[in-house]
Design a protein around this ligand. Sequence first.
Ligand code: NDP
Ligand code: MG
Length: 390
Amino acid sequence: MTRRVSIFGATGSIGQNTIDLIARDPARFQVVALTGGQNIAQLAADARRLGAELAVTADPARLEDLRAALAGSGVEAAAGPAALVEAAARPADWIMSAIVGVAGLAPGLKALEQGTTLALANKESLVTAGPLLMATARQHDARILPVDSEHSAIFQALVGEDMAAVERIVITASGGAFRDWPLDRLAKASVAEASCHPNWDMGQRITIDSASMFNKALEVIETREYFGIAPDQIEVLIHPESLIHALVGFRDGALMAHVGPSDMRHAIGYALNWPERRDLPVERLDLARIGQLNFRAPDTARYPALDLAQQVMRIGGLSGAIFNGAKERALDAFIAGRLGFTDMTAVVAGVLDRLSAQSGLLDAEITLDNVARADHLARQDVDDQIAQNC
Ligand code: NDP
Ligand code: MG
C-alpha cells in the first residue's frame, strides 16, 4: 500500500537523507508536502522529482522564487510559518520533523494533532516543550518515533523491554571537532574549525553544537523527555568512533548497546520502516577490521554545556525553552563572529540564571505561546549581554 509522507526541513541534511531513502522506493510512497527555507532550487527540484502535492518555504519573501521554480510542475507553492503549520495538517501517514531549531515545534505539534506518525529529528521540540509534545501525541493517538541516532538506538534497545527494568541510559558522544585540542586553544576556535565533525556529516549548526557539546546537552534533555527517565539515570560517554550510539543498562547488570555505522539513513530508515526492518543502503560494519572501540568520561572543563543540561532538568518548566533559545542565539552570534567559541556556554549560563529568577516565567504552563515568549526573552537577553560586552 502507498504511504503518504511529508518532509519538514527537506532541503537540510536529515531531509536530504530522508529523500534519498524515499526516492529509492517510489512506488511505496506518495509525497504530500516538502518544506525548506532558503534553498529554493533544491526544494523545487525535489518537489518536481518526487511529484509532491505541495512545497513550502519558511520565508514569505521567497514565495515568488518558489512559484517560478515550480512553474508548470503542478506542485502547489506556499510560504511562511503559518503555511508550514497548514502543511503539517495535510493528511499524511508519516511526517519527518527535520527543521532545525525551535521553528520545528509548531509544525510538529500540528502534525501530531492529525494522529500521524511523527519521525522526530528536531530535538529542540522535546527540549523546549517535551511535556506538551508527548501529551499532544497521547491525546491524538499519534506516535513519535525518534530519529536522533542515540534515541533511535535507545528505542531499538528497549524493544520488548519494560521501562521499570531500566537502571540507566548511556548516550555516547564523539567529542566533536575539539575533543583533542588543548583547552587553552578553545577560546580562539573559529567557525570553520568548529564546523568539521570527525565522524558525522550533518548541518552546520548541529556540527558546531557537537563541538561545544550543546548538542549532547540537548540530547540528555531529549532522553529525559522522550523516555521519562530521571536525570540521574542518564549518562554521557565519550566514544570517539561513533559506532555505539547508546546503551541501555538494566537492573540485572546487562548493558544493551546499539552498534551501527555513522550514517543517519539507519535511524531515518528505522523510523520510516517501523515496525518492520527493511534493507537500508548503509555500510555493514566489519568489527574485526575496526579492531577496537574506545570510551572515556567527558571532561566537564572541556564541555561545561553538559552541566547546564543537568541544571535545566533540575529547574524544569520552561527552562528548556530558555536554554534552547539562548543557545540558538549564542550560536548565531558565534557564526556571525560576535561571540567566541567558549563564550557561548558562559552567555547561555547567564541567561538561564537571570531568567530563572524572573518571577512567574519558569512556572508558566508549557504552551506554544509561552515557549515562544521564553524563547524571545532568552534571545533578547543574549543580545543584551553581547551589547554590554562590546
Ligand atoms: P540543516 O541545517 O541541514 O537543515 C535544516 C532544515 O530546516 C533545512 O531544510 C532549512 O531550510 C530548514 N530551516 C532552516 N531554518 C528554518 C526556519 N526558521 N523555519 C523553517 N525551516 C527552516 O539541519 P539538519 O538536517 O542537520 O538538522 C535538522 C534537525 O535534525 C535539527 O533539529 C538537528 O538537531 C536534528 N538532527 C540532525 C542530525 C544530522 O545528522 N544532521 C542528527 C540528529 C538530529 P534551507 O536549508 O532551505 O534554508
Ligand atoms: Mg544525536
